[in-house]
Write a protein that binds this ligand. Structure first.
Ligand SMILES: *[C@@H]1O[C@H](CO)[C@@H](O)[C@H](O)[C@H]1NC(C)=O
Length: 216
């Protein structure tokens, strides 16, 4: 009877001290994963954390502990709908500033994919979205394109009907040439016609480098 008791207590103490059971316990208990010293849980946590740290912004206080069996994904894997992203930085053709920053746009606009610059922007996950890792990070592949309410059809109609007053160029923000066009009555008609052709051939564009607004 006494020998049986000793065997039971030895087995019981072995189970308590056994690191494997500790790992399993900590894995199911997400409040103290730091106590895990060995086991697969820690090994899978560390590389993911170190991957997201270099890009981390200032606020990562809300990032929860990683639970491999939980529903949370890495914040930087979230689709754009869950993020608030900043506009691409406009370096206004200043190459020094662009190199200094390491990202941002030298030029905006472009009609073909190959003409458009791409850059990364800083994104932050919306407050109520739950995810794992740094909540502020950089997202790559954002096109350097902006829309400031310039419509192609509207501008073309201006150019055809009011081109002798330079209205098309006024609307596009090209004020200097617009005044010249106004004073010369559309270059006595020649400039008027040339500008319509330039517009149709996509060579007369908004001064600020914005694209034609696609929504009429
Ligand atoms: C370009 O950017 C650099 C760094 O921000 C600045 O020192 C310089 O004055 C800028 N050059 C021009 C032409 O704006």
């Amino acid at each position: 009877m006494q020998r049986k008791l000793i065997v039971y207590s030895v087995v019981l103490s072995f189970l308590i001290v056994n690191p494997v059971t500790q790992a399993i316990q900590a894995r199911s208990d997400k409040e103290q994963p730091q106590t895990v010293v060995s086991g697969t849980a820690v090994q899978s946590v560390v590389p993911v954390q170190s991957q997201s740290q270099p890009q981390a912004g200032t606020n990562s206080q809300a990032s929860s502990n990683f639970n491999p069996l939980g529903p949370n994904v890495l914040c930087s894997f979230l689709p754009r709908d869950f993020l608030e992203c900043k506009e691409p930085i406009d370096h206004r053709n200043n190459e020094t500033a662009w190199k200094e920053k390491g990202y941002g746009c030298l030029h905006f606009g472009g009609s073909f994919y190959a003409d458009v610059e791409h850059t990364r922007v800083q994104c932050t996950v919306y407050t109520d979205i739950d995810c794992y890792g740094a909540r502020t990070f950089f997202r790559d592949g954002v096109p350097c394109v902006r829309y400031t309410d310039h419509y192609f059809v509207t501008t073309l109609i201006y150019s055809m009907l009011l081109g002798f007053l330079g209205m098309d160029r006024f609307c596009l923000g090209q004020t200097g040439t617009a005044v010249g066009k106004l004073l010369t009555m559309g270059g006595v008609g020649v400039w008027w016609i040339i500008d319509v052709i330039l517009l149709i051939t996509n060579n007369l564009l908004p001064e600020d480098g914005s694209n034609w607004n696609p929504y009429v």
